[in-house]
Ligand binder design. Structure first.
Ligand code: BGC
Length: 716
């Protein structure tokens, strides 16, 4: 603290607000504004951190300016959006979430941190933890899906992976949990739109992943662009100061999103830049990303009496503490001096992660590809689309490093005849290639139809009102289906695609999302059976746009859907059920669950209550398999209507062909509680249903009841 106090006491007001100023170097542009003269501002002490700049020489040069040429020699920190890999690109988060593997989530974050640190990066703007239940919203691709427990586990794994043994440890970078909060609830799935979320849903669904990130020691948090119930998150004192700082005791740095501070004017809660800066600072935002609103606005806000200098000091102290924790005062070049990354090759991890992120949606007796399939047509605009495999956030990743689906299949099946035609482009109206592609398909034993979205069609500012196949791909796919050749649909996308017409007619469908460097190799491994698919959907897959938002944990209705009764909660024109439920995903084995049991029928409501649930899992197939067993809890009668069911745990079962094993879950009182008064969690007495199965389809779940009873009163 002494060092920080000393620096603070020597700083002019301009140098203080300089520490709160995060500028972009423009190597990657994520918003509309690029920064002015960064060099002069660094020398003058008007810059606290730089983002979108990486690489040893570039970072060293910028750091040198701060350390050797600014008056107080305060080092800069360097940030970047390292979401799913830095140089080695792993699957997009929505895909990786489907691995349901906490350990894998941590390992890919660790690898990304090591690579990013070696490129001079101190801090990543990740993990992204928005619970996402609307496939129209392009940022669903960056998110760990629809479920708060999955997002919370993902949060902890990623934070620990990025931050390693400590912020100053070799290969560690600071994590920034974002976007706090509710971006996934944007009105009609439209990017940056307002969200209106009840306090209950905030506490049940949207806040828990951030609480998990804070508990894991997350160094920074980024508020969301959107407003929640009329209050822009950049000015949301109740959630930033009240919830994060007071209730969660979060002591790290709060970094605004890109130009979000001046956007308070457009939101309609600040009259000018000065008021916007004052509102944001007062609400708890320490660092202003890009806009210069703090640099130019805070001194005037001080003059107008809107803030006090102690508000500024508190924010500066947090930024300096972050820099100290990152080890930057000790050695501002510490990450650049480390050599760990130079010797690391994360290709094997990228392949493992990519394989484990592929969801086999349907399979009507065609996969794995049988030996008598000698001639294969690999068609469609995503078959040989190297750059698209990277996904929308690829940091320092390079298209040249990606293996395409066509390349993967050719390498995996050298003795078979593989023909290729793109047919159509991802977007646009040109159908001139359709006939040639169809002609190719007429002469083969199987068609691998690679369709979907480009990388830029999901991610930030990529909402789609009709999230189906873009351009002329539907016509193209219909023409291929009409040839009568057996079609295996391979969907590359950043979201569940609305393509029921295709999925229902194809012999098999794989959701391959955007898998990163090893995309093609991993897809080939699944198609050929070298890898028995393991991923499960982290987000419900709708059959129609009109079902969105869609998720399994909906609250009941007084009139639950009943096909035989028109006056129930249903649609006239389509079923209420999704095409695939949360947790869906096939393997090449057949697995059965049976004999669900608990060690007790009733438990006392106590903090240390523990309940064991067991279920037997048998592999009736002829291939070893990894299955994910999900456990949900339903509270049928409570003081507040509870969701139909909530995920409380999942477990992996590794089974050889013909083998059976018992899966054991240990539940705590937490699994039976929900936010009561003041949004503090509580467990109410009464019956609970425990539901266990391979996905969230209620028809397939096994269930058992337990009862929670009050603890006997010792005075009674
Ligand atoms: C995005 C953030 C990102 C930031 C910096 C913004 O536009 O919303 O997620 O971290 O840009 O690139």
């Amino acid at each position: 603290m002494e060092l920080i106090n000393r620096i603070l006491s020597e700083m002019t007001l301009e140098e203080k607000v300089g520490q709160l100023n995060l500028v972009t170097a423009g190597q990657a542009v994520t918003g509309p504004v690029a920064n002015g003269d960064m060099t002069e501002n660094i020398r003058a002490g008007f810059v606290g951190g730089v983002f979108n700049l990486w690489g040893r020489d570039a970072v060293r040069a910028a750091q040198k300016l701060a350390v050797e040429e600014s008056r107080l020699s305060v080092p800069l920190f360097f940030g970047l959006d390292v979401l799913h890999g830095h140089r080695t690109i792993f699957p997009v988060p929505l895909a990786e979430a489907g691995a349901f593997d906490v350990e894998l989530w941590g390992r890919t974050a660790r690898a990304a941190a090591v690579e990013a640190a070696a490129d001079g990066i101190d801090l990543t703007f990740a993990p992204m933890l928005d619970v996402a239940r609307d496939p129209r919203w392009g940022r669903i691709v960056e998110a760990p899906g629809e479920d708060p427990l999955v997002a919370a586990e993902f949060a902890a794994a990623k934070v620990k992976g990025f931050q390693g043994e400590g912020l100053s440890a070799q290969g560690s970078i600071a994590a920034t949990a974002k976007h706090f909060v509710g971006g996934g609830a944007a009105l009609a799935g439209r990017e940056y739109a307002a969200a209106d979320i009840s306090e209950r849903t905030l506490h049940e669904v949207y806040l828990p992943p951030f609480a998990a990130a804070v508990a894991a020691g997350c160094a920074a948090i980024m508020p969301a662009f959107n407003s929640v119930a009329g209050v822009p998150m950049t000015a949301h004192a109740e959630l930033l100061r009240g919830y994060l700082r007071t209730r969660l005791a979060f002591e790290g740095v709060i970094i605004s999103d890109y130009t979000a501070v001046p956007e308070l004017v457009q939101h309609g809660v600040a009259a000018d830049l000065v008021e916007a800066a004052a509102l944001a600072l007062k609400a708890g935002i320490d660092v202003d990303m890009v806009s210069g609103a703090y640099l130019h606005g805070l001194p005037q806000a001080l003059e107008r009496g809107l803030i006090e200098e102690t508000d500024i000091d508190a924010a500066v102290r947090r930024v300096l503490t972050l820099k100290r924790n990152l080890g930057l005062f000790e050695n501002p070049y510490r990450r650049l001096d480390a050599s760990e990354a130079a010797t690391c090759d994360h290709g094997a991890l990228a392949l493992e992660a990519a394989r484990r992120s592929i969801t086999l949606l349907t399979n009507r007796d065609i996969l794995p590809l049988p030996a008598d399939v000698r001639r294969i047509a690999v068609v469609g605009p995503l078959a040989d689309a190297r750059a698209e495999m990277l996904g929308p956030w690829y940091a320092a990743g390079r298209a040249e490093s990606c293996v395409t689906i066509l390349e993967g299949l050719r390498a995996a099946l050298p003795a078979r005849e593989i023909r290729h035609h793109p047919g159509v482009a991802i977007e646009g109206d040109d159908c001139s290639g359709v006939d040639a592609a169809c002609a190719l398909c007429a002469t083969v034993d199987a068609v691998v139809l690679c369709v979907g979205e480009s990388a830029g069609m999901s991610g930030e500012a990529a909402s789609r009102a009709s999230p189906g196949l873009p351009g002329r791909q539907r016509e193209f796919a219909e023409a291929i289906l009409a040839t009568g050749a057996p079609v295996i649909a391979v969907l590359s996308s950043g979201r569940p695609l609305i393509a029921s017409w295709l999925i229902e007619r194809a012999r098999a469908t794989l959701a391959t999302w955007l898998l990163g460097d090893m995309a093609g190799k991993a897809v080939a491994d699944v198609l050929t059976g070298r890898f028995n698919p393991t991923a499960r959907l982290a987000a419900t897959w709708p059959r129609e746009v009109g079902q969105i938002p869609i998720f399994y944990a909906t609250r009941s209705s007084g009139r639950p859907p009943d096909a035989g009764n028109p006056f129930t909660s249903r649609y006239l024109d389509i079923p209420t059920e999704p095409l695939f439920p949360f947790g869906h995903g096939l393997s090449y084995a057949q697995v059965q669950l049976y004999n669900l049991r608990t060690n007790v029928e009733r438990f006392e409501i106590r903090d240390d209550a523990e309940l064991e649930v067991r279920v037997d899992v048998a592999n009736r197939g002829t291939i070893a398999t990894e299955e994910t067993v999900f456990l949900f809890v339903r509270d049928p009668v409570a003081s507040v209507a509870r969701p139909a069911m909530e995920l409380k745990a999942w477990a992996k079962s590794f089974l050889d062909a013909g083998a059976a094993k018992t899966t054991v879950f240990t539940l705590s009182i937490e699994s039976f509680s929900f936010p009561g008064k003041n949004m503090q969690r509580r467990c109410e007495p009464g019956a609970f249903e425990i539901l266990v199965g391979l996905n969230a389809d209620p028809k397939t779940l096994r269930s058992i009841r337990v009862e929670a009873v009050p603890t006997p009163n010792p005075q009674a």
